[in-house]
Structure formats: C-alpha cells, structure tokens
Write a protein that binds this ligand. Structure first.
Ligand SMILES: Cc1cc2nc3c(=O)[nH]c(=O)nc-3n(C[C@H](O)[C@H](O)[C@H](O)COP(=O)(O)OP(=O)(O)OC[C@H]3O[C@@H](n4cnc5c(N)ncnc54)[C@H](O)[C@@H]3O)c2cc1C
Length: 513
C-alpha cells in the first residue's frame, strides 16, 4: 500500500497558490497525521503577472480557504466585477454593445423569459428585460452595501484584482494559516521511478523534494506535464486565432475617478481590448492575431483606445498559444493553470478552471497510489469536457459577428473554424432557446445556459418561437418581468457607488461571516 501523504506543487503563481490553499484547507484534519502540502517556486522565473478578471466561484473558493473578504480587498487592489460589456463585436458600430452579466435572468429555474422577450419583437435589450445587472453597471453601482456580510451580495459578483498582489496574499495565507511549506528553488531535474511516476525533484539550490502527488503549476514552461511526462499540447488556434497580447497599466486621471464594475471588452480590427478597473489603476490590454495585424499596428490601436494618457506608458508583450494538454493527469502528475493550457481571456475562464481543478483534486484526493489512476481518468474526462465547452463559448462571440470589415472577422465565421458541436448548437438555437436542456447537463458547467442567452441575444441572434410556447407560462413570465423592473429600481436606487463602496470596505471592513 502506497499512501498519498505528501503533495508537491511546483509554481507560485495564481494556479500554484490557489491549488495549495484549496488542498490544504480541505485536508487540514490530516496534517497531524503526516499529510503535507509543499509549494516549490523559482526565485528567478517571474509569474505571468496578468489575469485580473475572475468568476463568482472565487468567492466560495476564498471563503472555503478561510480568507477574509475585507483583507482580500485591502491587499489585492480588488474591485467588484458584475459581468462584461462587449462593445463593437456585432456590427463594429460605435453604439454596438451588450452586457454579459453575472446574475441569472429573473426566475430562471421556473421560466425561460427569452421566448417572451422574442414574442414582443426582441427590440429592447434582452439583458435589461431579465436582470437589473446591466443597469447597475451603467449606473456605476457596487453589488452590495457595507452591511451585507462578507461574500454575500444583493447582486451576483466576481472580482477584478491585481494578479501579483493576489499571489503574495495567497502565499501568506497558505503558509501562515494553512500550514503550506514554501520552498524557494529552481527545479532543474525531474526523476521518474521505474514505473514512470515522478519520484523526486532536484533543484539548482541543492534541495531535493520527494512526494506522492505532483501538481504542475509552472505556467507556460509546463515543466512536469510537458517536459518530464511528455504529454503533447493540443492547439486550437484554428478556432481561436489570437496569439499575442499587449498589456499596459493606466493610472486614473484623478484619484476619485469612477471604477467600472464590469470588464469592458472592445473589438478591434484583428482582436479585442480588455479594460479592467482596479481602485489603483486600470489594466488594459490588446489580444490579437499576429497573422492578421502587425504588433506595431496592434500597439497603435491600443494607444488610440487609451488616448493621451498612454503617451509615456510602456507596453508588455506576451505570446500566447491557444490550446491545452491532451491529458491533464498522468500517473502521479496533474497540471493546473497555464501548464494545463491557455485560451484568450475573453470570459476570464482561466482562474475559474484553476479553482475547479483544485477543488476536484482536493475532493477526490486518492488515499493510495493504487486508486490514483481511477481518479486521474475521471479528472481527465471532466477537464477535457470543460476545455471543450469553454472553447465553444469563446468561439460563439466570434461566430455570431456580422462584421465583415477585416479578414480577421471574415475568417472567424468560416464554417471550418467553428467546432462541430457549436455549429450544431447554433442550428438548434434557431428554433430552441438555450435553457435548462440536456446540453447543459454537467454539474459545475463553467458557463450556464444563461450565459449563452446573454451572448446570443446580445449579438442579435433570434430564436423562432414554437407554437404554444408563450401561452404555457405567460402569467409566470409577466410576474418575473415585473419583478425585474421592481428589483432594478430598488437596487439602482439603493446600492452605493462602486469606488465609494471599495473605499469604505478598505477603511472599515465588511461584517465577517
Ligand atoms: C494576457 C493575459 C491575460 C489574462 N487575463 C486573465 C483574466 O482576466 N482572467 C483569468 O482568469 N485569467 C487570465 N489569464 C490567465 C491567468 O493569468 C493565468 O491562468 C494565471 O495567472 C495562472 O498562471 P499560472 O500560475 O499557471 O502561471 P505563472 O503565473 O506563470 O506561474 C508559474 C510559476 O512557476 C514557477 N516556475 C517556473 N519554472 C520553474 C522551475 N523550473 N522551478 C520552480 N518554479 C518554476 C514560476 O516561478 C512561477 O511561480 C490571462 C493570461 C494572459 C497571458
């Protein structure tokens, strides 16, 4: 019997520290019995340092790790994120834009409001018809008040955060509160045993680290899963064309300038620009396809977007490769974060995948090596499914465009660039609105059917209404829409301004749970 007692995580970026925290918190009770979590991180290789948009799952993840939400705001330059606004994705016109909010449509479990909205012509904003959240973002409101307890909200929310500060914050919490061992060393050799498992790691600093399960969080280096275990990378650059990012940090003109409580994503000639408001600065970046536009042209578009404030600011260039490992857990090595794969950050899907992977590893932690292959198989099946669904969802934003102004947009609607499953679903959605159907049947689906509705109808797609569909639940739909109007008025009228809320959280603290 080979008991699994020592977990070794290599890499101290967002993936490494979140995975360490989730596993250590879940297995606290086993510590006195010899269970250890060790994180080894290079003092020389920096973390990627970007990754500022998250998904609401992070609230539960931090809460389970025992993190105080107030301390998180104090140390990570965090702000609230209530969704994303996509500008110029459909027609490219100046007034072309829609929200993908984080709140589900009103009464989503009871009634599908989409056919009712479509029956009335579908001319009003779908988002505003079914949820208050677009209006909250327009009005610059936060999603809660000072008396709302930590991690609760009047409106659903995620966070924007400073990636570098977040890793340091998690490191402190993991080491001080959760007993994670931290080793600063460069792994330079991975030793396998005769069966092909990783037995130990050698480091340039002369420290040797043995373990039972190794988590590869080494970022794009993929030191364990790629280099040592030889798991191939599966590219999806034939579906998602962007391969380069330019990132820039933009100071506010005035210290009390408003902070957007949503990510702003503005389509460009060969990609799109993200714009994320933190209390201290904005994080802005251009993600684009270098086959369609040169780096200089892309930088020009980025600087034009920012305006005069960009004049003296330096830009950081990152090469990105869309795709993921063919398998994620092999023998006693599992990859999480950029080591597992990367997709353009259009819907902030990377950190949520890290959380879901870490949670599954922690919950399914095999007690003995003998059952690890069973857990690995299940992990691979679920994780492969998730990557596939995220690729579909990101591609949907491109596949629905009506833009024909550049090769980038024309190439993006070529049928051969659209995955088969997505093409089928798009056909289905011509006469059946995505709702609680079996294509969204997995527990912890990364993007629920509501997300597909927001993007589909936000981008002008329309679903035919089946005979009898409206009459069946008309009364329920009317009530839900009325309730949405009441909620919208109440929340826009009562919730505080976003910057004001963050300032007060940092100064006075939220009610602890
Ligand atoms: C342009 C861009 C924008 C993004 N935006 C978002 C977003 O909005 N939302 C989102 O969810 N995600 C986003 N991401 C993805 C997100 O940044 C990452 O998923 C996240 O930061 C996790 O990175 P990581 O920890 O896997 O890797 P890294 O941060 O690269 O960390 C790698 C770690 O491995 C260590 N390491 C490497 N080699 C060795 C070695 N030999 N020995 C020991 N240690 C080693 C390094 O020291 C480092 O600690 C974005 C990514 C990019 C490129």
């Amino acid at each position: 019997m080979h008991e699994i007692q020592n977990i070794v995580i290599v890499g101290g970026g967002t993936a490494g520290w979140l995975t360490a925290g989730v596993i250590a918190a879940k297995h606290q009770g086993r510590r006195p019995h010899g269970f250890t979590v060790t994180l080894v991180e290079s003092p020389n290789v920096p973390t990627i340092g970007v990754g500022e948009g998250t998904w609401p799952t992070l609230r539960t993840t931090l809460k389970r790790m025992g993190v105080s939400e107030t301390e998180f705001f104090r140390h990570c330059s965090a702000s609230f994120k209530q969704g994303a606004r996509f500008n110029r994705w459909t027609t490219g016109a100046v007034d072309d834009g829609y929200y993908h909010p984080l709140m589900l449509p009103e009464q989503f479990g009871q009634v599908n409001l989409a056919p009712h909205w479509l029956a009335e012509g579908g001319d009003d904003s779908f988002c505003d018809t079914v949820t208050p959240q677009g209006r909250l973002c327009d009005a610059g409101r936060g999603p809660k008040t000072m008396t709302t307890p930590e991690y609760d909200g009047q409106a659903n929310y995620a966070y924007h955060l400073d990636a570098g500060k977040f890793s340091h914050f998690l490191q402190r919490h993991c080491c001080e509160a959760l007993g994670v061992r931290h080793v600063l060393a460069d792994v330079n050799e991975v030793h396998l045993d005769e069966g092909g498992d990783i037995a130990r790691l050698d480091t340039a600093q002369g420290i040797t680290i043995a373990g039972d399960l190794f988590v590869d969080c080494t970022g794009f280096a993929a030191l364990l899963i790629g280099k040592a275990m030889g798991v191939p990378f599966r590219s999806c650059s034939d579906v998602l064309f962007c391969d380069t990012a330019l990132a820039i940090q933009v100071p506010y003109d005035l210290p009390d300038d408003p902070i957007a409580s949503h990510t702003i994503s503005t389509a460009q000639s060969a990609g799109w620009i993200w714009d994320i408001g933190l209390p201290t600065r904005r994080g802005v970046g251009h993600v684009f396809s270098s086959s369609h536009i040169s780096v200089d042209e892309a930088e020009g578009e980025l600087r034009a977007y920012i305006g005069p404030a960009a004049r003296d600011l330096s830009v950081r260039k990152l090469s990105i490769r869309a795709g993921h490992r063919e398998t994620f857990w092999v023998r006693n090595c599992v990859a999480v974060g950029l080591a597992a794969g990367f997709l353009e950050p259009l819907e902030a899907s990377a950190i949520v995948l890290i959380e879901l992977s870490a949670k599954m590893i922690a919950e399914q932690m095999p007690p003995r090596r003998e059952v690890m292959d069973v857990v690995a198989r299940r992990f691979n099946e679920t994780t492969t499914y998730r990557w596939g669904r995220i690729i579909d969802f990101l591609k949907l934003h491109y596949a629905l465009t009506k833009r024909t102004d550049t090769d980038f947009w024309r190439d993006n609607v070529r049928p051969e660039s659209i995955p088969d499953r997505l093409r089928e679903l798009m056909e289905l959605w011509l006469y059946q609105s995505p709702w609680l159907h079996e294509e969204f049947d997995r527990a912890e689906e990364v993007f629920p059917s509501a997300s597909y509705q927001y993007v589909l109808y936000g981008m002008g797609a329309r679903t035919a209404i089946m005979p009898g569909a409206i009459e069946a639940d008309d009364a329920l739909a009317r009530r839900a829409r009325y309730e949405n109007q009441v909620q919208t008025q109440r929340l826009v009228g009562s919730l505080p301004g976003h910057r004001d809320l963050i300032d007060r959280i940092v100064r006075h603290g939220l009610q602890p749970i």
